[in-house]
Write a protein that binds this ligand. Structure first.
Ligand SMILES: [Mg+2]
Length: 232
């Protein structure tokens, strides 16, 4: 096992690692529907959740690359929905609806221990964020702690693809052996980072079993404050 004093770079997953994401997405989708109710009411009148799923799948079948671009995908789904309902000013309405979604996407409640821990770690380590989601680190003010942030959209691949982790190592100029990735997701975070040779911290807030697996996380924690002891 890697000794903590060799670590120079710590990368973090965002959703469900620094804040719970499910309530954020539910609220953001409501805000988007609210926007459409006001500005393009036919959409909610004619299309239900299944229609949105169908539109999304049709788009992905035509353009598989959109799977790595969740903002673009969501935007395009709304555009297609507006088009199906006969609206002419599709681009403008979709932009408004997506802006409503993104506003709410950044209205988050951090886990209690998140910001203090980032502040502590940022004094001794290079911190980076690696997310498959579309939260904007700058908009959240997290660029106080994170030297860099890469989204799947920017890299063109989603975690657990090595490209995400390799991009972080390259940006920081740090070898995999001197880097740790912290995240909640067994595959996207732990397997992905392990595959490029990084140490891993599995944030397991619910106390789930790790399960049958050929690999194990380097460390397992229940809350982020435990990182302060791992990386003093
Ligand atoms: Mg996550």
């Amino acid at each position: 096992m890697q000794r903590p004093d060799a670590v120079r770079l710590i990368t973090f997953d965002l959703d469900d690692t620094l804040w719970p994401v499910a309530p954020v997405i539910v609220r953001a989708e409501h805000r988007m529907r609210d926007y459409l109710d006001t500005h393009a009411p036919e959409v909610n009148r004619r299309l239900d959740r299944d229609d949105f799923t169908r539109i999304r799948e049709e788009l992905l079948a035509r353009e598989p690359g959109l799977a790595n671009e969740i903002s673009a995908l969501r935007h395009r789904v709304v555009e297609a929905a507006l088009g199906e309902c006969g609206y002419a000013n599709v681009a403008e309405l979709a932009a408004g609806a997506f802006a409503a979604f993104l506003d709410a996407r950044h209205d988050i409640a951090y886990f209690e221990d998140a910001l203090d821990t980032l502040a502590h770690l940022s004094r001794s380590f290079i911190l980076g964020a690696l997310s498959n989601g579309n939260a904007d680190v700058g908009r959240l003010g997290l660029d106080r702690y994170f030297t860099f942030h890469f989204s799947a959209e920017q890299v063109g691949r989603r975690k657990p693809h090595p490209a995400m982790f390799e991009r972080a190592l390259q940006e920081a100029g740090v070898s995999a052996g001197a880097a740790v990735h912290v995240g909640d997701h067994v595959d996207d975070d732990i397997r992905g980072a392990h595959a490029v040779g990084m140490a891993t911290v599995w944030v397991n807030r619910s106390g789930s079993a790790w399960g049958e697996s050929d690999i194990r996380p380097t460390w397992e924690i229940r809350d982020l404050a435990e990182l302060n002891a791992l990386f003093p």
